[in-house]
Write a protein that binds this ligand. Sequence first.
Ligand code: ZN
Length: 306
Amino acid sequence: MSTTTESISTNLSLPLVPANVIDQSLTISPPQYAGKQLIETIQTWVEKQGRHWPPELTSEVLAKNLITVYLPYWVIQVNGSGHWTASVGVDRKVPERCGTCNGKGVYTPVWANSEQRCDRCGGSGQDLVNKTFWGSQSGIVSAEVGGDVAENFDTDILKLRGKRDFSAPESRLEQTNANLYQIIRPLKTNAASSQGVAEATLKKNLADKAGTTAGKLGDYVKDLDIAYVQIDQFKARIWLYPLIIGYYSHDDEPTLLVQVDGITGEVYGEAPRGVKDKRQRDAIMYGLIALVVIAIIVVVILARPQ
Ligand SMILES: [Zn+2]
């Protein structure tokens, strides 16, 4: 894998590499927002930013340095099996010395009110209490995973926001065109690591299924473990998901992030520090006003003639 790091603005660099560094089967979802539509999406976001948003920070300004990059995800198809073990708990009612009468079983018919009766045990001196009995269970479980999606990038490298739409249409990306697409550097791309991801995906699904099976055997399940995972078949591909991203500067802050999910159109924009401060002051002021209003209401209610 190449170690090229390209800068999308002069102020901050992201670990970007061309998509042809990936030697796995590749699919790509083209961004559904570009040009005028992209500006409109950001415009809607700007309109929601409230009265402190600087008027000079228009959607055109925010969209100025945006570029499209792609987030690499694993898409895994796998089937196989494993051996599970778990502790399964069952609740039973067992007789225990009554705590109310100390096991003495005091009972006197209600009409003879000189002595107390024990309502808890009804005079037997024993009380039925819930007790959980644990036992170990095990079995073989198999699972078939149709197309689980897993991140293949370091999420700390940028402030990732929002829920991605994993049902976005995708198409095959030929290696000959792959150098045209800039992607966030994937964590792993080789065949061995794809098998590792497939195994982890299978194991997670086996655990889910084993949990359901074990759950039917009792009231509680703990210490569920899957061992001897066997992959019968797997396919892994890397899916490139579009993210439109860039930075703008305002006052003395040179790197404020703007990003648009290329499929859902969800915008995340960082507000300048001045705007954040003013919003905070507003929140404190409104909080104080609310307290004063509550105090006045309380005073009015208390002063009301009875
Ligand atoms: Zn009792």
